[in-house]
Design a protein around this ligand. Structure first.
Ligand code: ZN
Length: 139
């Protein structure tokens, strides 16, 4: 693949194609967050200002929103194929931010992007550690 300019927009699509998201540029890094929720989604977030991201949902299609904890953002899935697409702020933020799941982006596009792992608890045996009080999962 030919190298693209860093400000070339990237496109993410869910598996069935009902949801597509266009971000203004390839991220400098992605976050394979290991918090109680994100590790279940197996996502790789890239963060943007919501104002610079375009979400397109095909006519008749929809997302399901999972809203929990501090209820300050929703996690949006495609209702048809179940792909986790993005999280989106639903409360006023001083620094507006959304998370795009880059697992929905062409892997060639993301090949050389640095990967970070927040809440790296991969070494913690399942069931140990301090879970978020609203994590209702039982092992
Ligand atoms: Zn879909």
């Amino acid at each position: 693949m030919a190298e693209k300019a860093p400000d070339t927009p990237i496109k993410a699509t869910c598996h069935c194609g009902d949801i597509s998201i266009t971000a203004p540029r390839r991220p400098a890094c992605v976050n394979e967050c290991q918090c109680t929720l994100c590790r279940r989604y197996a996502v790789a977030w890239a963060y943007y200002d919501p104002a610079e991201v375009k979400v397109e949902i095909k006519e008749g299609a929809a997302t399901i929103k999972y809203i929990w904890g501090d209820r300050d953002h929703s996690f949006d899935f495609c209702t048809k194929c179940g792909c986790m697409c993005y999280w989106w702020p639903i409360k006023e933020q001083s620094t507006p931010k959304m998370g795009l799941n880059t697992r929905l982006v062409d892997p060639d596009e993301m090949r050389y992007v640095t990967r970070n792992i927040d809440y790296d608890q991969l070494y913690v045996p399942i069931g140990e550690g301090t879970p978020h009080p609203e994590d209702k999962a039982k092992y």
